[in-house]
Design a protein around this ligand. Structure first.
Ligand code: ADP
Length: 440
């Protein structure tokens, strides 16, 4: 097995990986921009390398700087975390060509699954239901034919898209072509790829995703996560398991996910994302070929360290978890962000006072500390607050109790928004879809 892991990331996920390294007896190397010189991941890793100035493009996305950092420190593996270069197949290839272990999927799998259109095709071929849609739209005529076949409304998505950005809903035929043109230019600007396609727009879906692990030969599905509480198509609260699935539907969903993961020869941890429509039919939307922010709720209910599993799979170990594991109890995660509660604009600045919660059933994954300065350059996630209990009511009571103990002064956070969701009768009753926050 590799001995020293360079973590090509920052923030809470860098700390998460450093902790897994410690548990496995591996050495860790932190990289950081000049804006992150005082960050916790830098302090807690065994070694550190400054890789450039604050803008991500010159630091956390700077492939030559990352590879040089691995070379000078003698790291023999790279963990990409999530975001930044985690789904960049070219980076994975460079890492492997330099003789380092890439703690992620095979680059060709990243390429197929990183493109939403080819991912849809791969899943369809594996027998997984996908949202009715199209290949890449080349001409206006193709788009017009597509809406005749699929019906309105449709959603225009970028094949290279991510982060909930750039999607456009079309509900009138006369708006199709202008929206298509706008979507293409936004996709070009945002993802450096103008290719877009159409999907049926599902009105009131729930977002349910399946955690999968594969070793190239076999695969397992480690339960599902409910991620319907979103703002601007970005997740805010996640839980495991989902209250929307009965046993039969769950078995069907997990079986489809497991089969598909094995069919693509997948060899690491990953997530298949689905929408569940009002008739409780599920449809694949995309795959994330990396560890996700919300992996923690799965860890809570299954008692599995997913980052450790990811490292073992990268080292070539076969899957060793039993194929049919059952979740224990219920877990809920809140993403605590530095953002304006009304506009959702990021709120960087210095944290003047801080208290983080604790007690039975609570886990907090965070990189913040008192007097930490939240830099304006990166995403706004401050902390993940995860509560676990024997059932959903216990987890809910614990997450509310923990939220009440949170004190973050000096910057704005979304804690009040979380309070409103957690006390809403429909959230408590499990009656919600991806539009819940818009109606709140
Ligand atoms: P991204 O990669 O940008 O996160 P996804 O394909 O994962 O995009 O979709 C993000 C969210 O957008 C979903 O969780 C859902 O809320 C919404 N969405 C995506 N596709 C559809 C669809 N066909 N119908 C309705 N909502 C959708």
């Amino acid at each position: 097995m590799f001995k020293k892991v360079l973590i090509a990331n920052r923030g809470e996920i860098a700390l998460r990986v450093i902790r897994a390294c410690r548990d496995l007896g591996l050495r860790s190397v932190a990289v950081h921009s000049t804006a992150d010189a005082d960050a916790l991941h830098v302090r807690f890793a065994d070694e550190k390398v400054c890789i450039g100035p604050p803008p991500s493009r010159q630091s956390y996305l700077n492939i030559p700087a990352l590879i040089s950092a691995a070379e000078v420190t003698g790291a023999d593996a790279i963990h990409p975390g999530y975001g930044f270069l985690a789904e960049n197949a070219e980076f994975a290839e460079v890492v492997q060509k330099c003789g380092l272990t890439w703690i992620g999927p095979q680059p060709h799998v990243m390429r197929t699954m990183g493109d939403k259109v080819s991912a849809r095709q791969a899943m369809e071929a594996a027998g997984v239901p996908v949202v009715p849609g199209t290949p890449i739209i080349e001409t206006d005529r193709q788009a017009e034919e597509a809406i005749e076949r699929i019906g309105l409304p449709v959603i225009i998505k970028a094949t290279g898209g991510g982060g909930g950005r750039g999607m456009k809903i079309v509900d009138e035929p006369r708006r199709l072509l202008t929206q298509l043109a706008a979507a293409r230019s936004e996709a070009q600007a945002g993802f450096n790829n103008p290719a877009v396609y159409l999907e049926r727009y599902i009105g009131r879906p729930r977002h349910i995703e399946v955690q999968v692990l594969g070793d190239g030969q076999s695969a397992i599905a480690l339960g599902e996560r409910e991620c319907s509480i979103q703002r601007r198509h970005q997740k805010l609260i996640e839980e495991a398991p989902s209250v929307a699935l009965d046993d039969a539907r769950r078995v069907e969903l997990l079986r489809a996910a497991r089969k598909a993961t094995a069919a693509i020869g997948y060899r690491t941890v990953g997530t298949l994302e689905f929408l569940l429509d009002e008739n409780k039919q599920f449809f694949f939307i995309e795959m994330n070929t990396r560890i996700q922010v919300e992996h923690t709720v799965t860890e809570a209910v299954f008692g599995v360290d997913l980052v450790r599993e990811q490292m073992r799979l990268a080292a070539g170990d076969p899957l060793h978890l039993p194929a049919e594991m059952r979740p224990r109890g219920h877990a809920i995660e809140l993403r605590i962000n530095a953002e304006d509660p009304v506009t959702f604009a990021p709120s960087p600045g210095t944290i003047t006072a801080l208290n983080l919660p604790g007690g039975i059933g609570i886990r907090v994954d965070t990189h913040i500390y008192a007097h930490y300065r939240v830099p304006p350059f990166y995403d706004s996630l401050l902390a993940k607050l995860i509560a676990h209990g024997d059932n959903r009511n216990v987890a809910l009571a614990r997450v509310r109790r923990a939220l009440d103990e949170v004190v973050v002064e000096g910057i704005k956070t979304n804690c009040d928004l979380h309070r409103r969701v957690l006390s809403h009768p429909d959230f408590i009753g499990g009656r919600f879809d991806t539009h819940f926050l818009e109606r709140l």
